[in-house]
Write a protein that binds this ligand. Structure first.
Ligand SMILES: CC(C)(COP(=O)(O)OP(=O)(O)OC[C@H]1O[C@@H](n2cnc3c(N)ncnc32)[C@H](O)[C@@H]1OP(=O)(O)O)[C@@H](O)C(=O)NCCC(=O)NCCS
Length: 158
C-alpha cells in the first residue's frame, strides 16, 4: 500500500537493520541476539509469519507490524486458523497519519490469503492508545485475561 506520505512493504532481507531497530523500540527488554533469532525465524517460515514495514516518503523506516497464523486456541475466537497481530510500532513523530491502519490492512490481506476468517490481537490492559487503535479499526474487545505463574517445587529423586 502506498500513500503520498508513506508506503507499506513486506520486510525484505535488506531491511533487517531497520527492523531490528524498530523492534528494539517496541520490545527493549529483548537482547540483540533474541531479535536476530526471532527475525530469522519469521523470515524462514513465510506461511506462518509475516512482517511489514512502513517507509516515509524519504525512505526512512517509520513502523512495522508482525503477524502469525495461529492454529492453537486463540482467546475470543471460534475459527481456526486465526490471523494474529504479534506486534505493531510506529515511530513517535510519524504517528496519527494512518500508518498503523495501513499496516493492519497489509496484515489482513496476508491473513485472508492464508484462509483466516478471524483477525485477533491482544495488548496490555493499560495500553489505552493501542486499544483505541483497535476499536477505530473495527475490532471488538473479546476477553480480559489475568496471567499467573509459580515456580514448580523441585522433587528430590531418590
Ligand atoms: C498504537 C500505534 C501503533 C498507532 O500508530 P499510528 O500510525 O499513530 O495509528 P494510525 O494513525 O493508523 O491511527 C488510526 C486510528 O486509530 C486511533 N488511534 C491511533 N492512535 C491513537 C491514540 N494514541 N489515541 C487514540 N486513538 C488512537 C485513531 O482513531 C486513529 O485515527 P485518527 O488519527 O484519524 O483519529 C502507535 O501509537 C505506537 O506505535 N504505539 C507504541 C507501540 C505499541 O504500544 N504497540 C502495541 C504493542 S504490540
Amino acid at each position: 500500500m502506498t500513500s503520498a506520505l508513506f508506503s507499506i512493504q513486506p520486510i525484505a532481507a535488506e531491511d533487517i537493520v531497520f527492523w531490528r531497530r524498530l523492534r528494539h523500540s517496541l520490545w527493549p527488554q529483548a537482547s540483540i541476539d533474541e531479535h536476530e533469532r526471532e527475525i530469522a525465524e519469521i523470515l524462514s517460515m513465510p506461511d506462518r509469519y509475516a512482517a511489514f514495514m512502513a517507509f516515509s516518503e524519504t525512505k526512512m523506516a517509520v513502523g512495522f507490524a508482525e503477524a502469525s497464523i495461529r492454529h492453537d486456541y486463540v482467546n475470543g475466537c471460534d475459527t481456526s486458523p486465526v490471523l494474529f497481530l504479534e506486534g505493531i510500532y510506529v515511530a513517535p513523530d510519524a504517528r496519527r497519519q494512518g500508518i498503523a491502519k495501513a499496516l493492519f490492512k497489509s496484515v489482513e490481506q496476508w491473513g485472508t490469503s492464508h484462509a483466516c476468517d478471524e483477525f485477533a490481537s491482544d495488548t496490555d490492559v493499560h495500553n489505552i492508545d493501542v486499544q483505541a487503535l483497535h476499536r477505530a479499526l473495527g475490532f471488538e474487545e473479546t476477553e480480559r485475561v489475568v496471567f499467573f505463574r509459580k515456580r514448580t517445587a523441585k522433587v528430590e529423586s531418590t
